[in-house]
Each structure stands twice: as structure tokens, then as C-alpha cells.
Design a protein around this ligand. Structure first.
Ligand code: ATP
Ligand code: MG
Length: 422
């Protein structure tokens, strides 16, 4: 007999099972709860879009568009892309659903994203994000509120003390143009020290050099001009107000003049919550203002600010792993009436009690399995119990067994089992 090699998941993708899935869900549910307190509503957009949704908006030279997209032609020859991020699609959806008429829109989303990257801890080819976008608010108060909301998510997850908020401004177009010019002059003067990749960026999009991961480039960046002296008076006011507002929300930050974010669409605010606990994958939640993006999707000018965070990275930072819910396990002994067994199972579930049946096997095996499932109680029903209309309830914490009538169990199981089932 020849053995068939088991098929592995695609490199950089993972099954989410057991503790991994529990942590994952915990991150998403915690975020959902926090953002709902800020009036955000959840949207879902398709997992694939026309390629131009992303190529147009993120910038041809961004890492994502230039080398990370999963693009393919469908059977009609149309170029489609598995979404590498959420913001561009949310803006597309805002326009296609004519919601630019009813602003502001406060959007939360979660789901898988796809990027062709070198897989390592905290970096995968299919990963998951939670993200929030506030569309239709131009004032720095909105930026501060959205950042504060991100921070509250991190706090609720118990990881706020492992992260630092790094903040920068990219100014308005005028400020950025002046700064870009100064940067180009600087980089041209030090051209011989730039990596090959950054030399290409120098011609097409010099700001992107600030995002370089190349060590040589990084030493050069230390002396590079910052945007600060080039800010227009309006941009300066925006920047100062943002900082004041963040203080009002009680959010601490450090200014990092080199944060430009990897995508082209940002202006004014750019920020990253970073950690030193995940090696090179230090950014956990990041975002900024993107006032021009909705317009690029064929809509009107809609000012907007948002962030996204990697669910896997957040899960890795959780200090306490969420526990699986506990069950009550019903163990039929011998061959009691199946009708009665079903009746009890459904009766308990109807009282919101997580109830499972201890399927076949020796009693010892079934008790072992109940233990593995971390059952709070085991309920036995055999022929003798059936005849007397009772069950035996064993508390798995203290080993105590009590006899209870079926009628009682069907009416007040919660009190009888007096255990935390939530
Ligand atoms: P990095 O600098 O780590 O590549 P990025 O700037 O590409 O991050 P964004 O596009 O801003 O990341 O995405 C927001 C968040 O999504 C990141 O901060 C990170 O937590 C998560 N993320 C991005 N790419 C991946 C990936 N390949 N695997 C897992 N999480 C990711
Ligand atoms: Mg990246």
C-alpha cells in the first residue's frame, strides 16, 4: 500500500483552531465592543476587488503594490486582487453605496488580508486585521478620537503597557512638496550610500525612502530633513491641535518624524502603536489621515482618518489566553431512553447552558473526555435513574454527586448547577 503525503496549508497561511482561534475571537470581540462605544458600525466588503482599487490608491511604489499583492486574472480576463488591506475597499464601498451623501460614516471591519511576504513570526501571507475608519470629519479632534479608540482597544486587551504610540504629521500637500524637495536634495547629495531600491524610490517617490527597512538607508535617515520646518501655518495648527486633543483624551505619545506609513494616501496625521515584544514585526496598530482617497475612488472629497491592526500580532501579545467556555456533559449509562436523553440535552440548552453528550466508550473513557473538555458538571442517566425520573449530577470541581429530579433540572438547571456558565 502506498501512503499519500498529507497536503500542507499554503506557505504563510494557518488554520485557526483551539487556543489560537479563541485568542483571535477574543481580539475581534473586544475590538467590536470598544468601537461600538464610539458609535462605529461594522461593514463587510468582498475579499477580492478589481486590482485598481488597490493599485490606484496605495501607490505603485508601495511595498504592497510593487511586490506583495495576490493578483490574478479571472476567467474573463479581468485583473482581480485578494485584498491586501481594508481602507481602499471601504472607500470604494462608501462611493458605490452612495453613502458620501450621509456623512460622517464610522466604520469597523475585520477579516482576512493577503500579502505575498516572507513568512515569519507575526508576518503571514494570509493574516487578519481589525480596522476602523471615520469618514467625513476633517478636524483634528476626529484624529485624536480615532487614535484614542485604538488605544482603548489595546487597553481592553491588556496590552497597552507593551506598546508606545509614535506620532507624526505629513502636513498638507504644500508642506509635503516643500519637504519632499529638501529630502530629494539631501538624498541626491548622499546618493552613493542609498540602497538600490531607494534609488528607484528617489526618482519616483522619495518619501518612501523614509519607510526603508535597509540598514544602510536607515543610518542615512538619521540626518535627513524632517517636515517640521516646512509645515504651512494651517498644517502647523492642525498638528498642534491634534497633540492637544490627544492630551485631552489622556493618550500619551512620542513624536517620531520618520513615520510616513507604507502607503501613499496619507496626509497630516500618521501614527503607529509599536512594541518591542515581537521582533522585527513591531507595529501592531497603525493608521493616519487620508483626505484624498475617496476622491481617488471616484467620489467627492471626503476627509477621513482610520487605523488597522493585525489580529495575529495582537493575539501574540495577549498576556492571558482566553479560556474555552465550560460545558455540562450528559453521560447516558447502559441504554436509557434516547428520547429522555434528547429531552434533557435540549432542555438544558434552552436554559442557555452549554451542554454536550458524552458519546460512546467505557465510563472511564467518557469521564476522561469530560475532564479534557473542562466540563463543570457531568450528568449521569441510567436505566435505574430513568425509572425513577431522576439524574445524578456530579460537580467536577469538588467531586460531589447529587440526585435531582428531571422536572427540577428542566426548570431551574442554572440554580442546580450553580456555576458560571458564561
Ligand atoms: P509592516 O511594517 O510590519 O510590514 P505595514 O506597515 O505593512 O506593517 P499596515 O499595512 O499598516 O502594515 O497594516 C496594519 C497592521 O496589519 C500592521 O500594523 C500589522 O499589525 C498588520 N500586518 C500587516 N502586514 C501583516 C502580515 N503580513 N502579517 C501579519 N500582520 C500584518
Ligand atoms: Mg508591510
Amino acid at each position: 500500500m502506498h501512503t499519500i503525503q498529507p497536503i500542507q496549508p499554503v506557505r504563510g497561511t494557518h488554520d485557526l483552531i483551539g487556543d489560537h482561534k479563541l485568542s483571535h475571537l477574543h481580539v475581534i470581540q473586544t475590538a467590536r465592543h470598544i468601537v461600538s462605544l464610539y458609535g462605529f458600525e461594522e461593514w463587510s466588503t468582498p475579499i477580492f476587488e478589481e486590482t485598481r482599487v488597490f493599485s490606484r490608491s496605495l501607490g505603485d511604489l508601495s511595498d504592497v503594490v510593487s511586490k506583495e499583492m495576490y493578483s490574478f486574472q479571472d476567467r474573463e480576463g479581468e485583473s482581480l486582487t485578494l485584498r491586501p488591506e481594508g481602507t481602499a475597499a471601504i472607500c470604494r464601498a462608501l462611493v458605490t453605496n452612495t453613502l458620501t451623501q450621509s456623512l460622517p460614516q464610522k466604520v469597523f471591519y475585520t477579516g482576512p488580508m493577503f500579502r505575498y511576504e516572507r513568512p515569519q513570526k507575526g508576518r503571514y501571507r494570509q493574516f487578519h486585521q481589525i480596522g476602523a475608519e471615520l469618514l467625513g470629519a476633517a478636524e483634528p479632534l476626529a484624529d485624536a478620537e480615532v487614535i484614542a479608540m485604538g488605544f482603548e482597544v489595546l487597553k481592553a486587551l491588556g496590552i497597552a503597557d507593551s506598546v508606545t504610540l509614535e506620532l507624526n504629521t505629513l502636513g498638507d500637500t504644500q508642506s509635503r512638496d516643500a519637504w519632499r524637495k529638501a529630502l530629494v536634495d539631501y538624498f541626491v547629495a548622499h546618493k552613493h550610500r542609498l540602497s538600490e531600491e531607494s534609488l528607484t524610490r528617489l526618482e519616483k517617490n522619495p518619501l518612501r525612502i523614509l519607510d526603508s527597512k535597509d540598514e544602510g538607508d536607515k543610518t542615512l535617515l538619521a540626518e535627513a530633513p524632517t517636515i517640521e520646518p516646512f509645515l504651512t501655518p494651517e498644517s502647523r495648527i492642525f498638528w498642534e491641535e491634534l497633540q492637544q486633543n490627544l492630551n485631552m483624551f489622556g493618550v500619551q505619545y512620542v513624536v517620531n518624524p520618520y513615520i510616513v506609513r507604507g502607503l501613499d494616501y496619507y496626509n497630516h496625521t500618521a501614527f503607529e502603536f509599536v512594541t518591542t515584544h515581537l521582533g522585527a514585526q513591531g507595529t501592531v496598530l497603525a493608521g493616519g489621515r487620508y483626505d484624498g482617497l475617496v476622491n481617488q475612488m471616484g467620489g467627492p472629497d471626503v476627509p477621513a482618518i482610520g487605523w488597522a491592526a493585525g489580529v495575529e500580532r495582537l493575539s501574540l501579545l495577549l498576556k492571558e489566553k482566553p479560556q474555552a467556555a465550560r460545558s455540562v456533559v450528559l453521560v447516558p449509562i447502559g441504554a436509557p431512553s434516547q428520547e429522555r436523553v434528547c429531552h434533557i440535552l435540549q432542555g438544558l440548552r434552552a436554559q442557555n447552558i452549554r451542554t454536550e453528550i458524552g458519546y460512546k466508550g467505557s465510563l472511564r473513557k467518557r469521564m476522561e473526555r469530560a475532564g479534557k473538555r473542562n466540563a463543570s458538571h457531568v450528568i449521569f442517566i441510567g436505566e435505574d435513574e430513568l425509572a425513577r425520573d431522576v439524574v445524578r449530577v456530579k460537580n467536577m470541581e469538588n467531586g460531589q454527586e447529587t440526585e435531582v429530579t428531571c422536572a427540577c433540572l428542566m426548570q431551574e438547571a442554572k440554580e442546580i448547577l450553580s456555576h458560571d456558565f458564561e
